[in-house]
Ligand binder design. Structure first.
Ligand code: NI
Ligand code: MN
Length: 225
């Protein structure tokens, strides 16, 4: 059993009862954040790209908690250049990293990176016997089919806000292409520009894909199984 806690925008925590994996911790300045960067716990921090709404508080949280930051080397360089003393593990697209809770694999994302020479990514996270795909910020791309072919995905965490990422229809098609069992939408309703009708997304996706959509509000958590 893995607990999914949603802190708003694209920030969430996976907790297998022993290890806490914090992802894209944008909390300071996040209008819907349900927790403060000073209070959140983490053993590992996964970062998908250097935009402020993803890298966010990662350096500060890592410095306070001792959590290891995982990301592309250019992201770790940013953390280092901020003068914070953080543990980091650099990796790149297609690579896997074994960690005490399981494994993470860095996947392609179609999005700008927010750092010169960088790329944006997503992650497949193997934790608590589950395979969880977090797409990061991305457009719909056909290689999502390969991600779903390589692993039987239990959950996909998909951006649906449009403008910066996929919108409702593309994110519903993504669920179909991934062949995933469960979908949790995120990266919407943070600001007016990415306001979305999430109920409509659920209806559309459950019609187009064999997936159940779980709507989780900032501050809520659910058990993944
Ligand atoms: Ni972005
Ligand atoms: Mn974003």
């Amino acid at each position: 059993m893995v607990k999914y806690s949603y802190f708003g925008h694209a920030c969430f925590l996976l907790d297998d009862g022993k290890y806490k994996v914090l992802v894209d911790p944008f909390l300071t300045g996040n209008p819907v954040a349900s927790v403060s960067a000073n209070d959140v716990a983490a053993d590992y921090i996964l970062v998908t790209h250097a935009h402020g709404d993803h890298l966010g508080d990662a350096p500060d949280i890592a410095a306070r908690t001792g959590a290891e930051v995982v990301g592309i080397p250019e992201i770790l360089d940013i953390c280092t250049s901020m003068g914070t003393d953080v543990k980091g593990h650099g990796m790149n697209l297609g690579g896997s990293l074994n960690l005490p809770f399981g494994k993470v694999r860095m996947t392609l994302a179609q999005h700008s990176s927010g750092v010169p020479g960088g790329i944006a990514c997503g992650y497949v996270i193997y934790i608590g016997g589950l395979v969880i795909y977090y797409a990061g910020d991305t457009a719909l791309f056909s290689d999502m089919k390969l991600i779903g072919q390589k692993d039987r995905l239990d959950y996909a965490l998909l951006p649906i806000g449009d403008n910066y990422t996929m919108g409702l229809e593309d994110a519903a098609l993504a669920a179909q292409w991934l062949g995933v069992r469960h979908v949790i939408p995120l990266h919407y309703d943070t600001w007016p520009i990415i306001r979305q009708d999430v109920a409509k997304y659920k209806e559309l996706t459950e019609k187009m894909a064999h997936a159940e959509v779980h709507i989780v509000k900032p501050g809520e958590d659910i058990e993944l199984a």
